[in-house]
Design a binder for this molecule. Structure first.
Ligand code: ADP
Ligand code: MG
Length: 693
């Protein structure tokens, strides 16, 4: 293993490299741009570009690319070489400030949700200096935002950067009231990434994995995750070699890969980095997913990032740990030790509670995808209901404030915010509940609903914006208060009271919870087509436009893109199921039945009973007919779906009809798999894929 501090960030044009390679004045100007967002002038950009190019070429790069995050949720790149013709018919290597700052990829094939029909066909990419440039596969990658010429965001990064600005502004206003001298507030994220690893040769035999990323058929293996022997289990040698390689790849890219372990489901693992600013965490998570796939290939594996690759065992998520902190090093969600620190902590804490309660729909829809629908609100836990876990101690403290009651640990008398010391509560006690979708874990919140494949830009854009809004509302109440502490106490008390319903410390996976949640009036948006349209609810449009995060047009474009993506994914899945049943599954059953039939006939001629053959032939023939019938039904329904023009109607139809028909086809096929001789079955089984690596 290499020397980690030495290789860490070796492929990144980071502050250390900038300082070493840029003239002092240029370095200062660039640092100011990175820290305060001040625009960079052309001369400075030229110098930076030239230094970047020299550095990249020394590292073996030949090309550069603007690396961006279109609304497909993955990253995009188009590579240009540094070569430029010289007078003598040779080439020189060039890279200008203009090329660094702005690019013009042909945008017409990226989803725009109608933005491009009404506006310009072209889009441009603009350098985001807050995220460092890096080298990947011989190309200098420049993180960029992607916009239309009329300024509409065509990507996931632009709204995220806007939301970071919103929460910065709103939090600073509040902090000022507390006498803080902070100049910048940044939202931070650590995204824990779950994934499955299977043998590449198994993957290559399954059309469903190839086309859709998940198994569309597959009978359960004799063993599942019931023994819980995989979670934190010792890592097998080949997997361990993979993880080591992956860590090294990530470290070179300046990604702080920290924790790795086996997860609950067989063949499932997790990798968590050390947190960073939301923007960088988002970029790094994209790079991490890409590296996971790439390194897997080298090891003869396939990395599955789908939210539910296998039925019957856990799916994969991406726990989004979120907090906000100041440039003075204060984590605003860290409980303090003095009355003033505590008051500030409680203010930010209840702002998050209010935000999550009032914008449950936005948080829910920010993680709504066809893949994640298998995790949330499907027949397996967790449900699609947003609630918050605070832990017993913190809940008891808030309850005491809410009801003007005495907190047991506090001794006598009621607690007065800003005057009294908050009773200390053991932080390591706060992380016990693993079933909550939104849990306070001592000094940050962990949003556990995002699916494993999702770009975390969306949920964090929502989080930043809604917290900014709650803080703004607080500011209006607090700014002219005569008696700050009393006004603050009343505000916190009122906020707790109004949002008490969202707090739930119980078992979020229990059958009782959805019933109780409904009584509490909490939203339960079970599927993507049900969740997405809430994006355009008046209160949601209001909050996004007020904070300059999305324009109304951008919201509508995103609704269209998200619903379209849902429809396309289900359509591909339906067609893949049809193809597999017709070309592989039915012929396989037929062959096996023929073999059994022949044996039975021979046996009978010898006067034997051939009980097994006869029984299985009967059962399989019946299943064969059923599969054929359900297959025909799915074909008809999928063809009907194609005729629907309204995108919301179409998404609903795919959810209600196509998805149901897919389930009806899968059931008899999985039954048949259980009866069919292993060597006749056309695909590697769950047992083989999940347990043999
Ligand atoms: P667990 O698996 O128990 O949830 P981990 O230690 O695996 O916990 O992951 C916690 C994640 O939270 C890590 O990625 C960590 O860097 C991140 N984290 C810690 N502090 C903060 C913070 N202030 N803001 C955002 N993320 C944080
Ligand atoms: Mg976690």
């Amino acid at each position: 293993m290499s020397n980690i501090p030495e290789i860490f960030g070796e492929n990144v044009f980071n502050l250390k490299v900038m300082k070493a390679r840029l003239p002092k004045e240029t370095f200062k100007a660039l640092k100011k741009t990175i820290e305060d967002g001040t625009p960079l002038d052309t001369n400075v950009a030229n110098v930076v570009a030239n230094a970047m190019k020299d550095w990249a070429i020394e590292k073996g790069a030949t090309h550069f690319t603007h690396w961006f995050q279109p609304m497909t949720g993955i990253t995009a790149e188009k590579h240009d070489s540094f070569i430029s013709p010289s007078a003598d018919g040779q080439v020189i290597m060039e890279f200008s400030g203009k090329e660094l700052i702005k690019g013009e990829p042909d945008a017409s094939s990226f989803p725009s949700g109608g933005l491009r029909a009404t506006f310009e066909a072209r889009g441009y990419t603009a350098w985001d200096p807050t995220s460092y440039a890096f080298i990947k596969d011989g190309s200098l990658c420049i993180p960029t935002a992607f916009c239309s010429y009329t300024g509409e965001a065509l990507d996931k990064k632009t709204p995220l950067l806007r939301s970071m600005e919103a929460v910065n502004k709103s939090a600073l206003k509040i902090l000022k009231l507390f006498g803080s001298d902070a100049k910048r507030v940044t939202s931070t994220v650590g995204a824990e990434q779950e994934y499955f690893i299977i043998e590449r040769e198994d993957y290559a035999k399954r059309k469903d994995l190839i086309y859709t990323g998940r198994t569309l058929y597959g009978a359960p293996a004799p063993k599942g995750q019931e023994l819980e022997d995989h979670y934190f289990g010792s890592v097998k040698m080949r997997i361990s070699a993979y993880m080591k390689d992956l860590d090294e790849e990530l470290w070179k890219l300046g990604i702080m890969a920290k924790t790795k372990h086996n997860e609950v489901a067989p063949a499932q693992h997790e990798l968590a980095p050390i947190f960073s600013t939301t923007n960088i965490a988002t970029d790094h998570n994209q790079l991490m997913m890409e590296a996971m796939r790439k390194v897997a290939k080298k090891h003869g594996f396939k990395c599955l990032l789908h939210e539910k690759p296998f039925a019957g065992v856990n799916g994969s998520g991406k726990h989004n740990n979120w907090s906000i902190s100041t440039d003075t090093g204060v984590n605003l969600l860290e409980p303090g030790k003095t009355p003033a620190e505590n008051a500030q902590f409680l203010t930010f804490l209840v702002a998050v509670i209010k935000a999550v309660n009032e914008y449950q729909d936005l948080l829910r829809l920010s993680v709504a995808t066809a893949g994640n629908d298998h995790r949330l609100g499907a027949n397996e836990a967790p449900p699609a209901i947003i609630s918050m876990f605070l832990g017993d101690e913190l809940t008891a403290i808030l309850e005491a404030i809410k009801d003007d009651k005495q907190y047991a640990e506090h001794g006598s008398g009621e607690m007065q915010i800003g005057v009294d010391v908050l009773p200390s509560f053991p932080i390591d006690n706060t992380d016990r509940n693993r079933t909550s979708p939104f849990a306070f874990t001592g000094n940050k919140f962990e949003f556990r609903m995002p699916g494993s494949k999702l770009s975390i830009a969306g949920p964090n854009t929502v989080l930043n914006t809604i917290v900014a809004e709650a803080l703004d509302e607080f500011y209006e109440v607090l700014k002219d208060a005569d008696d700050f502490n009393t006004t603050l106490h009343e505000l916190i008390k009122k906020t707790i009271n109004e949002n008490w319903n969202i707090i739930f410390n119980g078992d979020g996976y229990s059958a009782e919870w959805p019933v109780l949640a409904e009584k509490r009036g909490l939203l339960n948006l079970r599927s993507t087509p049900e969740a997405i349209p809430h994006f355009a609810d008046p209160k949601n449009v209001k909050v996004f436009t007020k904070h300059g995060v999305y324009t109304e047009t951008e919201i509508h474009s995103r609704i269209e893109i998200l619903l379209e993506e849902y429809v396309k994914i289900l359509n591909i899945e339906a067609l893949t199921m049809i193809d597999m049943a017709k070309k592989d599954i039915l012929p396989a059953i037929s062959t096996y039945v023929k073999e059994l039939g022949k044996t039975a006939k021979l046996a009978k001629e010898c006067g034997a009973e051939a009980k097994f053959e006869v029984e299985v032939v009967k059962k399989l023939s019946a299943l064969e007919s059923e599969i054929y019938e359900k297959l025909t039904n799915l074909e008809t329904i999928t063809a009907d779906a194609a005729g629907i023009t309204d995108i919301q109607d179409k998404a609903n139809f795919y959810h209600d009809e196509v998805f149901t028909a897919m389930g009806e086809l899968r059931a008899p096929a999985d039954e048949a798999e259980k009866l069919c001789g292993e060597k006749y079955w056309p695909y590697p089984t769950y047992g083989k894929m999940l347990f043999y690596v």
